[in-house]
Ligand binder design. Structure first.
Ligand SMILES: [Fe+2]
Length: 475
């Protein structure tokens, strides 16, 4: 039966910590580390509901592996929205598509009260990263929140105290092995808006390059090769003046302008110069899969939607409604950027849909690769949310599927086996909501065969979330 996924869009208020989860099957003993995940855990404050899947209160989850056993802890990030919202029994801060300021007076007033409407500790519920010895939770406002990877306790915001300015960033930074630094971009909204690409460590940020832009695009992630940063401007754009004056939540200030098409901006990682601009038909994507250089061309792989309607479909009212599981389909596209040309087009690498894509990042990010993993929609049943896991072989153009009826998988995270040079030797970890049991389990797949090795059952449901990282140690 369709729409069972809705059980995983309910608030989970229980914070628990268990030393041993019941395990069925065999978890490889070499798996000795921690899977940390992020996503919404709470969808209301008092009687007020958050409006969008992206707005829920960030909850951190921790699965630690040791000699075939798994422990589990979950804990809300103590964001301003979480703590003040609980104290006051109402929504106190703006999120992506929720705005607590209802009256015109409050909207005007919030413009003049210096940043009073901005949360001191953001609801960083999208992704996680490790910066040196620090773990951070991230969203699309440029202030990461540090947390303790053992206890999941919130430590506080990281304040870079530099002159880099920006209002919107991505929760998908890249890591550059040569620089030994993260790379991200921020959009700075003003009369002369810019995209600012920067390198960062826990200690500092350094501007790599800046590009002027009149109407900044909403870009949830970006691509990176050995030598280039690739920003893909989808025609979902933000008018800075409207954003400042409308008083509407952030998302409602975006406009879909398909007549603009999409624009690929290629920046040199070395000197920040614009190395090329390429145009294509309009499309939208949350996630880049990978990018790499090949014979002078740049190949950019994304999980692409035909338009940006997916953002509307992820409103809670829609997701919880009778047709909420019928989502726009994202396909695995490869765009080729060739020097001397101004246009780009794509080929589709898989017949299966793909979202929340992951690769063997440590081995293959920014270079040629063969395998990607993601969530996907099963067979002809395209109205049941994201209900299968997929492994795509970009070389052979073949796919492997993991599907179980009534199960709704989260982002699959690849973990390489020790001492191997093979791209797909390891395991894939995914948190699955089991609608029959109305609870979740951690699935361990053999990455090569894409068959189940083990599952560890959590005694409660884990709301459908977004992204996570695997880190060696910390178990
Ligand atoms: Fe994302």
């Amino acid at each position: 039966m369709a729409n069972h996924y809705r059980g995983a869009l309910q608030t989970q208020d229980q914070e628990i910590s268990l030393d041993h989860l019941p395990v069925a099957g065999q978890i490889p003993h070499w798996l000795s580390g921690t899977l940390l995940r992020n996503g919404p855990g709470k969808f209301e404050q008092g009687g007020q509901k958050y409006r969008h899947w992206f707005d829920g209160m960030a909850m951190l989850h921790r699965f630690a592996f040791h000699k075939g056993e798994v422990s589990y802890t979950n804990r809300f990030l103590r964001s301003s929205a979480y703590t003040k919202g609980r104290e006051e029994g109402k929504i106190c801060y703006s999120e992506f598509a929720t705005d607590p300021c209802r009256s015109l007076f409050k909207r005007v007033a919030s413009l003049f009260e210096t940043n009073d409407h901005l949360a001191p500790v953001p609801n960083a519920g999208v992704n996680l990263a490790r910066l040196d010895d620090a773990f951070i939770a991230m969203t699309e406002t440029p202030i990461p929140v540090q947390f303790d990877a053992q206890t999941l306790e919130t430590i506080g915001v990281i304040d870079f105290q530099d002159k880099l300015a920006g209002h919107m960033t991505t929760a998908h930074p890249h890591f550059d092995p040569a620089m030994q630094a993260g790379i991200n971009y921020m959009a700075n909204f003003s009369a002369k808006s810019t995209y600012n690409v920067f390198a960062f460590t826990k200690q500092q940020r350094r501007l790599i390059g800046s590009l002027p832009v009149r109407e900044p695009a909403y870009m949830h992630s970006f691509g990176m090769t050995r030598n280039y940063i690739i920003l893909v401007e989808f025609p979902l754009v933000i008018e800075p003046l409207k954003l400042m004056l409308s008083g509407k939540p952030f998302y409602e200030n975006m406009l879909w302008k398909p007549e603009r098409g999409a624009r690929f901006l290629v920046m040199s990682k070395h000197d920040g110069s614009l190395a090329g601009t390429y145009e294509s038909e309009a499309f939208f994507a949350f996630h880049h899969i990978n990018a790499f250089e090949q014979d002078g061309d740049i190949l950019v792989d994304l999980a692409a939607f035909p338009d940006a309607r997916i953002l509307d479909q992820l409103y809670m009212d829609n997701l919880l409604g009778p047709k909420g599981g019928a989502l726009s389909q994202s396909s695995y596209r490869r765009y080729r950027l060739s020097p001397g040309q101004t246009k780009t087009s794509y080929e589709q690498l898989s017949a299966e849909t793909i979202e929340l894509p992951r690769i063997n990042y440590e081995r293959n990010n920014g270079i040629e690769y063969r395998f990607a993993y993601g969530v996907s929609q099963h067979g002809k049943q395209r109205d049941d949310f994201l209900d299968q896991l997929v492994k795509v072989d970009c070389t052979e153009r073949s796919t492997k599927i993991w599907y179980a009826e009534g199960c709704y998988p989260g982002e699959p995270v690849f973990v390489a086996a020790p001492d191997t040079s093979d791209e797909d030797e390891g395991v894939v970890l995914s948190v699955i909501f089991d609608a029959q049991r109305e609870s979740s389990f951690l699935l361990v797949l053999d990455a090569r065969s894409f068959t189940e090795l083990a599952r560890a059952e959590v005694p409660q449901h884990i709301p459908l979330g977004f992204h996570g990282i695997y880190t060696h140690g910390v178990n």
